[in-house]
Design a protein around this ligand. Structure first.
Ligand SMILES: Cc1cc2nc3c(=O)[nH]c(=O)nc-3n(C[C@H](O)[C@H](O)[C@H](O)COP(=O)(O)OP(=O)(O)OC[C@H]3O[C@@H](n4cnc5c(N)ncnc54)[C@H](O)[C@@H]3O)c2cc1C
Length: 381
């Protein structure tokens, strides 16, 4: 009998799951993929928009062009997930399933920091990145304050990539000597999970004259006074504030028995939740690793989707493929000056996460471009 596979969220995890399930199972399943948007963008292309390298339209891939034939794409907002009744409610309908893959990513909660929505900017959403381009283009002098409010947040190196690219941007504009670039971060190092990568990033930031103030958690923005207030009560002046919004699980997840108010807990081997045949992949789940967790990044969401597909194929066909999420992935980091580094992470292969770095070098830029083009090619026509 044809099985109903319902995928919530068409980002890295959802697109990879839909594409591979169709390849592997052909007509043996009906695949429905739901997303509130009509387009996908690769996370790091927000930098291209922020720095004016590509237009908003150029970074969008439309779901009407999904490559896998026979995937029913539905544009709708998911409002309720009931894993007991095996039912998902959207704004305009409801969907049952035999297998459910939740790949809804993370929501931003800018309102959690008083004054941030009114007095700050961000590049974690496409709209935020688009809004920043004219602002930084017209910025002639003063202090740009970049801050991470707390974890978890997507792509942990991204705020530092933003700062290093701002250095390049203002240098090319000829105003760098009149701009102070300053970062306030809550952690004791740039990337606590990877001392070697942290050291490289911090070295490059120092070379680029970007101030890095550690263990400084911003808890409030005072837009009228252009002041950021830290947990310790320090007041830091800025002319332009750019923050990484706090991330929260999507509302439909928080309010369901899957999330119970938080991120979704899964079996780290096959990403199944406590409900049989219900899986959670990517940013929406939480996989603890000692004092850390598998990071929220597209590369891990995609790898997780592959594991879930293998698990479902085993269940439906009786095959015995090995199923084990390794927490492995490669992210590309902008190091400034046209240099890119490849961060190779292995989070579940040993007792401790293992993170290595290739580069930075100009030649790795081609690998980063390929990372994007290969994914767009396999997911879209
Ligand atoms: C500036 C920046 C740079 C980054 N760089 C990298 C990088 O170099 N490498 C890397 O691996 N990762 C990078 N990331 C992170 C990466 O984009 C995310 O971690 C990745 O997209 C997560 O994949 P996902 O499938 O879990 O969720 P997403 O890709 O976020 O997909 C979730 C989908 O669910 C949909 N959705 C959410 N709620 C609802 C709802 N209620 N109803 C319907 N649809 C809904 C959303 O519209 C979205 O399409 C970066 C992120 C940013 C912001």
């Amino acid at each position: 009998m044809t099985k109903n596979i319902l995928i919530l969220g068409a980002g890295f995890g959802g697109l990879q799951a839909a594409t591979r399930l169709r390849e592997e199972l052909g007509d043996r399943c009906k695949i429905t993929l739901i997303d509130k948007n009509d387009f996908f963008i690769i996370g790091f292309s927000k930098f291209d928009v922020m720095f004016g390298r590509r237009s908003v339209n150029a970074v969008k891939s439309y779901y009407r062009n999904i490559a896998a034939k026979g995937v029913d794409f539905v544009q709708d907002t998911i409002e309720q997930i009931d894993p007991v009744a095996k039912m998902v409610k959207t704004r305009t309908g409801s969907f049952g399933y035999d297998f459910l893959i939740v790949a809804l990513g993370a929501d931003m909660a800018p309102q959690s920091i008083p004054g941030f929505s009114e007095g700050g900017h961000e590049f974690y959403t496409l709209a935020g990145a688009e809004k920043l381009y004219p602002i930084i283009t017209n910025f002639q002098s003063g202090t740009v304050l970049i801050s991470i409010f707390g974890k978890p947040y997507k792509c942990p190196p991204a705020p530092y990539e933003g700062a290093l690219q701002l250095h390049d941007f203002f240098t090319e504009k000829g105003v760098r000597d009149k701009v102070t670039l300053k970062m306030l971060i809550p952690s004791p190092t740039a990337l606590p999970v990877a001392k070697n990568v942290s050291a490289e990033l911090e070295k490059r930031m120092a070379q680029s004259n970007i101030e890095l103030h550690k263990k400084q958690k911003v808890v409030e923005i005072k837009p009228g006074q252009k002041v950021a207030v830290t947990e310790g009560g320090a007041r830091v002046n800025f002319d332009l504030f750019v923050g990484v919004p706090l991330h929260v699980p999507p509302q439909a997840v928080r309010e369901s028995k899957l999330g119970n108010g938080g991120w979704i807990a899964v079996n780290p081997e096959n990403l199944e939740t406590k409900f049989e045949n219900v899986y959670a992949v990517g940013d929406v789940n939480n996989i603890p690793v000692g004092d850390f967790a598998v990071p929220k990044a597209g590369t891990f969401a995609e790898a997780a989707a592959d594991v879930v597909v293998d698990d479902i194929v085993n269940k439906l066909t009786g095959s015995t493929r090995p199923v084990r999420f390794g927490g492995k992935g490669t992210c590309y980091i902008e190091f400034g000056g046209g240099n890119v580094a490849a961060l190779n992470a292995d989070f579940l292969g040993a007792q401790e996460p293992n993170v290595g770095l290739d580069g930075p070098s100009v030649s790795l830029r081609a690998d980063k471009a390929r990372f994007e083009s290969e994914r767009i090619a396999k997911w879209f026509k």
